[in-house]
Ligand binder design. Structure first.
Ligand code: AP5
Ligand code: MG
Length: 221
């Protein structure tokens, strides 16, 4: 299946995308994670995108799309589909994605929109810690590691994202909101939008997503 995950910063896109990808045995591509990996190098692209990513602004559409294209190309790794997290962010990106899929005679199956109220998001992002080695996502209060500061999965050191400062979180939320309504309508009009409340426990949110995907698929068959 080809899926995109949409939603405000901290809503749980990365957390759920990795569960969906594991369950469906497909790759998970997070544009944010890819950019943060690029920032570790000293390439021209790294210099181009650093300011946007660190300050919580959107990277220009053409740069993001060139990168996404490389990851979701129609090769063997993507034969069963993929889960895209953090892309598209606006209607233009969604149209670019559809054009690309059409060229390859594919289509997007579903766009999953996770919803969580704002006050919960800020707390989640404040407490988020990410493994510097494997990218696993934790939370100091809601999903802590067994050993403080150390990843349960690979033993890597946990770190805080540069864009998880209070000021940048608020900026990211406001940028998301300014772009989201046309994007939501775009997928609603195509009949592929699935909206799931992301406020319950991680596993409960995941179960709801699975249930809604099954219902959605039955309806389309
Ligand atoms: P990106 O990395 O995509 O950031 P974001 O959209 O702001 O989303 P987050 O990664 O912060 O949150 P999430 O929804 O993944 O939540 P998570 O699962 O971690 O993008 C970063 C930057 O890259 C952008 O600002 C931009 O500069 C650039 N960029 C990326 N894509 C772009 C694009 N398409 N166009 C232009 N620019 C782009 O969870 C958050 C926390 O909550 C964690 O601590 C987690 O443990 C916890 N948590 C998750 N679920 C639950 C739950 N159910 N209950 C309790 N806690 C939970
Ligand atoms: Mg994320």
């Amino acid at each position: 299946m080809r899926l995109v995950l949409l939603g405000l910063p901290g809503v749980g896109k990365g957390t759920q995308a990795s569960l969906i990808a594991r369950e469906s045995n497909t790759p998970h591509y997070s544009t944010g994670d890819i950019f943060r990996e690029i920032l570790k190098s000293s390439s021209l692209l790294s210099r181009k995108v650093a300011k946007y990513v660190n300050e919580g602004e959107l990277v220009p559409d053409d740069i993001v799309f060139e990168m996404v294209k490389k990851f979701i190309a129609g090769d063997e790794v993507n034969a069963n589909g993929w889960v895209l997290d953090g892309f598209p962010r606006n209607k233009r990106q969604a149209e670019m994605l559809d054009d690309l899929l059409e060229e390859e005679s594919h289509r997007l199956n579903f766009a999953i929109h996770l919803t969580v109220s704002r006050n919960i998001l800020v707390n989640r992002l404040y407490g988020r810690r990410v493994c510097s080695n494997c990218g696993a996502i934790y939370n100091l209060s809601m999903n802590p590691t067994q050993k403080e500061g150390i990843c349960d999965k690979c033993g890597g050191m946990l770190e805080r994202r540069k864009d998880d400062s209070k000021e940048t979180i608020l900026k990211r939320i406001s940028i998301f909101e300014s772009e989201f309504l046309p994007l939501r309508k775009y997928y609603q009009d195509q009949g592929i939008l699935i909206e799931v409340n992301g406020e319950s426990r991680v596993q409960d949110v995941f179960n709801q997503i699975k249930e809604r995907l099954e219902i959605g698929q039955e309806r389309r068959n």
